[in-house]
Design a protein around this ligand. Structure first.
Ligand SMILES: [Zn+2]
Ligand SMILES: [Zn+2]
Length: 136
C-alpha cells in the first residue's frame, strides 16, 4: 500500500487527506485465474485532539482521536479500502469462467460447448450417433 497523504493541523485536531494506492490480489471467482490490480482511494479523516469533537457524545466509536501525539491510520485505511473490494472478484466483468462439463477455461476456447446438454439425451445420442460430416 502506497500512501500519499497530507497532514494538516487544524483547530480541532489533525486533518489527514490524500490518496492511498492499494494493490489488490486474489483469484477470479469464476475461472480461478490470479487477479492483481491497483486501486486508488481518497482518504480524508479528521483526528480530534483529546477533549475536542465529542460534544455529541453519540458516536465516540466513529470519531478518530489523536492519542499520545500519534494517530492510528490503519482503521481509516481499512474503512477506505474494504468497501471498494468486490464481494466476488472476477478477472473481467464478462469472464465466462470454466466449462461446467470439462473445466476448460471458456476464454481460452472460443465457441467451446458440448453437444450433450441434457443427460437424458446422452443415451439417445450414443444410439443414433450425431450427424457428423467427416467427408470434408
Ligand atoms: Zn476469470
Ligand atoms: Zn467443456
Amino acid at each position: 500500500m502506497d500512501l500519499d497523504l497530507k497532514f494538516e493541523s487544524v483547530h480541532e485536531g489533525i486533518l489527514v487527506s490524500g490518496t492511498a494506492h492499494v494493490m489488490v490480489t486474489g483469484e477470479c471467482g469464476r475461472c480461478l485465474d490470479p487477479i492483481e490490480y491497483g486501486l486508488d482511494t481518497e482518504v480524508q479523516e479528521l483526528f480530534f485532539f483529546e477533549g475536542m469533537g465529542f460534544s455529541d457524545g453519540e458516536d465516540d466509536e466513529e470519531q478518530r482521536r489523536v492519542e499520545h501525539d500519534s494517530i492510528d491510520l490503519e482503521p481509516v485505511l481499512r474503512d477506505a479500502v474494504v468497501p471498494l473490494l468486490p464481494f466476488q472478484p472476477v478477472c473481467r466483468d464478462d469472464c465466462e469462467g470454466l466449462c461446467s462439463e470439462c473445466g476448460v477455461r471458456l476464454a481460452d476456447e472460443p465457441g467451446h460447448h458440448h453437444e450433450v446438454v441434457d443427460p437424458r439425451w446422452a443415451a439417445l445420442a450414443d444410439l443414433a450417433k450425431p450427424d457428423r460430416r467427416d467427408d470434408e
